[in-house]
Design a protein around this ligand. Structure first.
Ligand code: SAM
Length: 211
């Protein structure tokens, strides 16, 4: 079923895009995009045969034609028509491994990592990708960060790399509370650890002020 996260991802897709959903699982996103004519063409892939079989079954039931690939990231996908990739619902390490082999014809990547967003932003920056926009949504007790990434070596400031470009104030207030809770538990003698978390709080206050 389409959840809010997948709907926001879909809103980052343009009608001219030829999209592949890497790690499609049930293929809900691919089916939604195809059914509603939200992209020029749609493909779906997954590393696990069971997931891909689920995807194929759902595609068939929706009476749609969507080519699927059994593939670890881009490894078995040889299709130069594809210019946009979605990589969502995985950890930052897996996403970065997939992006290592991103073919040149992929001009746009929509990413939603389950963790380590600052690390992911910095790694993308070092690989000369540019995060054009970010949206943070709250669903079923959890925040999800969705990034629209292009190929552009544009200089970024440290606050954007650390906390992103979303304008979701509740999210930053939530991060601030988490940071306070961590700081409260650090013994006074652990000076360097305390300085690090105090700096995070200072930076979060700057981000919140900016909204
Ligand atoms: C939690 S599901 C996310 C499904 C959907 N993308 C979403 O965001 O709701 C993660 C999916 O990614 C697939 N996956 C994990 N590593 C992968 C890789 N290296 N290449 C392709 N698919 C991968 C898993 O098999 C699984 O179906």
């Amino acid at each position: 079923m389409m959840n809010l996260k997948l709907k926001v991802i879909a809103s980052f897709v343009d009608q001219k895009d030829t999209v592949i959903d890497i790690g499609c699982d049930h293929a809900y996103l691919a089916i939604y995009l195809k059914k509603n004519n939200l992209a020029f063409d749609v493909y779906a892939s997954d590393i696990h045969v069971n997931a891909l079989n689920r995807a194929k079954k759902n595609i068939k039931e929706a009476n749609l034609k969507i080519t699927t690939y059994l593939s670890d990231g881009f490894k078995n996908i040889n299709n130069e028509h594809i210019d946009t990739a979605v990589i969502a619902g995985m950890g930052a390490d897996t996403i970065l491994n997939i992006i290592k082999n991103v073919p040149l014809h992929i001009k746009k990547i929509i990413i939603s990592s389950n963790n380590h967003h600052a690390l992911l932003r910095k790694a993308l920056y070092h690989r000369k990708f540019y995060i054009k926009k970010e949206e943070v949504i709250y669903e079923k007790g959890k925040y999800y960060v969705i990034m629209l990434v292009t190929r552009n070596a544009i200089k970024e400031n440290f606050l954007s790399l650390k906390y992103g470009k979303s304008k979701n104030k509740e999210y930053f207030l939530y991060l601030k509370k988490k940071e306070y809770d961590v700081l409260k538990k650090i013994p006074k003698r652990k000076i360097f650890k305390r300085i690090k978390h105090k700096k995070n709080l200072f930076d979060l206050n700057l981000v919140i002020k900016r909204i």
